[in-house]
Design a binder for this molecule. Structure first.
Ligand SMILES: Cc1cc2nc3c(=O)[nH]c(=O)nc-3n(C[C@H](O)[C@H](O)[C@H](O)COP(=O)(O)OP(=O)(O)OC[C@H]3O[C@@H](n4cnc5c(N)ncnc54)[C@H](O)[C@@H]3O)c2cc1C
Length: 469
């Protein structure tokens, strides 16, 4: 960056990670020269809405959590002027179920409250076991080992197994408890008992900087679906967002990096690489084989997302959906009950569901083709909910790399990757420190602050170079 020139930043990828990074960069660095390259013709990456007959379905993220990460998502609503478009989760949003021996068992949200509910009667000894657990730091282990040492094998299989497939499409036997259950890991270290820790450190209603969070729905989306969130982020970028612009090479150069996309090459002072890990690996490989190797080795789980619409109300259960523990040996991971959890996102006629299939443990189920997948998923949903009616609409999307898998040791892996990143090249994405949009927003905010420092340092360096010339 020459003295007086603007700080030039390229953001690679316009999924949630890239768009959020661009959003906060614009806020932190006035006058920044920003370019966001996205290979597809639409922004949003995994976030993509399907509207059928007035019913909103999501292929990726379905909603935001108001309190996640100190209310960062709720703050975004205001920053993006989306307040009037918020679609709050309905009164049934907190009612969820787990399939047990083929029947739906109602559970409260979250593993702690589950242990205090009627559900707990199924888990004798779990409470005692946890309360006796000694405090202190622990080596990272799998979520399965963590769950067993605190609550025993019953809770492990009934609660933690479906929870991990619900959040990460993952296998609790390989997922890291420190990366996937970071709050619980903290409770264990400080209090021994996870339940005691949860009670003593109950989150208040304080937001960032101690400010009280405004009353908000627990979960929310937008009229028109999550697409509106993406459109609002993209709209703020204007011509800085280049769609259909696949980045094909990234070359270090004197002042920073040269980005090659669409047959052109442009130089930037800094780069935020918000691509999925394999795409990031391919770009960085020629200049940094070690970082590329680390990125390429990160595992992902595949998912099939299957929206289903019935022309009439068919579900006799109230609630937002259910998860299926792997011990049930079923073809599906669970289903969200769209119309019931977000009544504002349906036409008022019929009932919509989204079934999930695959994940780390069921990847082979995705090999039989979309028709077979849809048939077996529909059969499972009807059996579990006792539905005899036929759907009026069904679709399917197979996402080969739906969710990154934070295996045991993941936090060390992330530290290594960050240490390997060259100056002014920043990694962003859901394969680092959280898959939720709140996690990605927090990551993007931190990056924007880091780049603000870099911008001032680069400016100072150029001035001092000029002074000594
Ligand atoms: C089924 C499902 C349900 C989910 N539900 C929720 C939920 O309810 N709430 C929640 O908070 N989170 C949810 N998530 C997680 C969340 O959606 C993702 O973690 C998040 O959207 C990932 O965003 P990203 O930007 O990191 O990656 P991506 O969305 O994968 O974005 C990466 C972008 O990079 C682009 N790209 C790739 N290569 C290049 C290249 N060479 N040049 C230019 N561009 C390139 C891609 O086209 C893409 O747009 C869900 C995820 C899935 C799969």
């Amino acid at each position: 960056m020459s003295s007086g020139a603007r700080f030039r930043v390229a953001v690679l990828g316009a999924g949630a990670s890239g768009l959020l990074a661009a959003h906060y960069l614009k806020a932190q660095i006035p006058g920044i020269e920003l370019t966001v390259h996205e290979e597809r013709e639409r922004p949003g990456g995994l976030i993509d809405t399907l509207v059928h007959d007035g019913h909103v379905f999501e292929w990726g993220a379905r909603c935001l959590r108001a309190k996640a990460r100190a209310g960062v998502c709720f703050d975004l609503v205001g920053e993006l002027g989306l307040g009037p478009e918020v679609a709050a989760g309905g009164p049934e949003q907190n009612l969820r179920y787990i399939l047990r021996r083929g029947r739906l068992l109602q559970v409260p949200a979250g593993p702690f409250s589950a242990l205090f509910s009627p559900f707990a009667r199924l888990l004798p000894g779990a409470l005692l076991r946890d309360l006796r657990h000694p405090a202190g730091p622990r080596q990272d282990t799998s979520v399965a080992e963590f769950a067993e040492r605190h609550f025993g094998p019953g809770a492990r299989d009934l609660i933690f197994d479906p929870l991990m497939s619900g959040i990460y499409a993952g296998d609790m036997r390989t997922l890291s408890f420190k990366a996937c259950l970071s709050a619980l890991a903290g409770f264990e270290e400080r209090h021994g008992s996870v339940l005691r820790g949860a009670l003593r450190e109950r989150p208040g209603r304080l937001g960032e900087g101690g400010a009280k969070l405004p009353p908000a729905p627990r979960l929310f989306s937008f009229r028109g679906g999550m697409r509106r969130f993406i459109e609002a982020l993209a709209a703020r970028l204007g011509t800085a967002l280049r769609l259909g612009s696949k980045v094909t090479a990234l070359e270090p150069c004197a002042d920073g990096y040269r980005v090659r996309a669409n047959g052109g090459a442009t130089e930037f002072d800094a780069v935020i690489c918000a691509l999925p890990a394999p795409a990031a690996a391919a770009l960085i490989r020629p200049s940094n084989a070690a970082l590329a190797g680390g990125l390429a080795a990160l595992p992902y789980a595949p998912l099939a997302v299957i929206p289903v619409l019935f022309p009439e109300p068919v579900n006799r259960y109230r609630g937002a959906g259910y998860l299926v523990p792997s011990t049930e040996g079923e073809a599906i991971l669970g289903a969200q009950w769209n119309t019931q959890s977000f009544p504002a996102l349906s036409s008022g006629k019929g009932q919509g569901f989204t079934i999930m299939v695959g994940g780390a443990r069921g990847a082979s189920l995705l090999n039989g083709g979309e028709n077979a997948l849809q048939n077996s998923a529909l059969a499972a949903l009807r059996r579990h909910l006792g539905i005899s009616a036929a759907p009026s609409f069904m679709a399917c999307r197979i996402i080969a790399r739906a969710l990154p898998q934070y295996h045991v040791g993941h936090l060390d892996t992330v530290r290594r990757l960050r240490a390997l990143a060259p100056p002014r090249f920043h990694l962003a994405g859901n394969y680092l420190e959280g898959v939720g949009i709140g996690d990605l927003a927090l990551q993007a905010k931190a990056l924007a602050l880091q780049l603000k420092d870099e911008a001032s340092l680069v400016g100072a360096r150029d001035c001092s170079l000029k002074g000594t010339a």
